[in-house]
Design a protein around this ligand. Structure first.
Ligand SMILES: [Zn+2]
Length: 94
């Protein structure tokens, strides 16, 4: 684990965080993908044309009802793997 990853993994917001399972939509024209914070799995819309990217992932946002705020992404397998350890919950409502 790199220094940066360790810092992220120890971040306070991560404990007990609430995640929304959503289809990735690019927030801006030139911002067309994200990466899972734990394994760097690429997350993008189908239109990006990357066969390795996944389209649906877990999103955490500091302000879920506003755009262009700080948010973080996790692929579904990392969510399942670390859910208990970090006490995460899955929020069904958008
Ligand atoms: Zn992942």
């Amino acid at each position: 684990m790199t220094e940066q990853e360790r810092e992220w993994n120890d971040a306070e917001w991560l404990r007990g965080a609430e995640w929304h399972l959503v289809a990735f939509r690019k927030p801006r024209l030139n911002w067309d993908h994200e990466h899972c914070k734990f394994c760097f799995q690429k997350i993008a819309e189908v239109s990006l044309g990357d066969p390795k990217a996944i389209q649906v992932a877990y999103r955490w946002s500091e302000h879920p009802h506003e755009n262009a705020n700080r948010d973080e992404w996790l692929c579904p397998s990392c969510f399942r793997e670390y859910q208990k350890e970090y006490g995460w919950s899955e929020v069904v409502k958008p």
